[in-house]
Design a protein around this ligand. Sequence first.
Ligand SMILES: [Zn+2]
Ligand SMILES: [Zn+2]
Length: 351
Amino acid sequence: MRRLPIFFLLDVSESMVGQPLNAVEEGMKRIITSLRQDPSALETAYISIIAFAGKAKVLSPLTDIISFYPPKLPIGGGTSLGLGLITLMREIDEKVVLKSSTQQRDWKPLVFLITDGKPTDNTNEAVREWKENYASKATMVAITLGDYANVSILKQLTPHVLLYEGSNDDDFKRFFDWISASVQSHSQAIEQNRGDKTGIDLQKMGTILKEISDEKSSNDTPNIDNNTVVLTGRCQGNKQPYLIKYEKAITELVLQKYVTGRNYKLNGCYPITDEYFEWSTKESNHEINISQLDGFPSCPYCANTSALASCGFCKKNMCISGESVAICPWCNKKNNFIFTDEDFSIQRGKG
Ligand SMILES: [Zn+2]
Ligand SMILES: [Zn+2]
């Protein structure tokens, strides 16, 4: 039986923290469950998951559906799509048998790229390599989660670029069911000896996915994702890290116009582990003025009412209970926190 290799290239950048990341994690389980019930997928489909944030790694090497166990997804700072593509291409080189006189060849691989933001690394080399050597050997479907910003790069990789327009958990479930259905119809088609010349048979998309045929213009601020602001902090009690996520107010996205004032609304404050730093690009020098932020979270670990206090020495964020003396969990220096009416800037991640 010839194998049908299926790669999921997943964006696990910090802007995915919270609901989107949970939904993708649940979605992968859902895909596996549904493919296990399909005889042709069961025989042919092999799954691999590659994740990218500031760094990119293979989370699950190519594995048959029965043995596949969906991994817990990490989270990191940065959206290094270029590194993600390179990791994917090396994995295809190593694991997929495209030409061989002694071994059975694999079917043309399917790649589902799911991303929510604009790449923060230089993608030129990787995109060029993909176009020259891989675009004809693999079928890629790129899905962007409610964001036009990166469409022009995705359009260079594949003609199949889709915009996900769902808004809740049920929409996400339907989206992953759509991926399963597309994989199933594809594996059935190649089994019925129709081969894989025709490319992927994308199932009827419904209202949550929209095919993008034209290249939307994008506002080109390199190396930073401006739809979300993500701040890293640590609890002064247990010293564990957390992410505070703000999202650009929807009305502003629609109007596409920059207004001064509080542009970013609090989405939530999420506990993370130190693994985050292994998946992140080095220090981010980007800052945001707190006057742009609407809503301030409490610490997700302890009873402290503010998770957004800036250390006077290392400038990193920590939780505090109010005006107090507190040791910074990042640099161990003693701060004397007092409230101020003045606006100040704090460090933010790349997104
Ligand atoms: Zn705390
Ligand atoms: Zn400090």
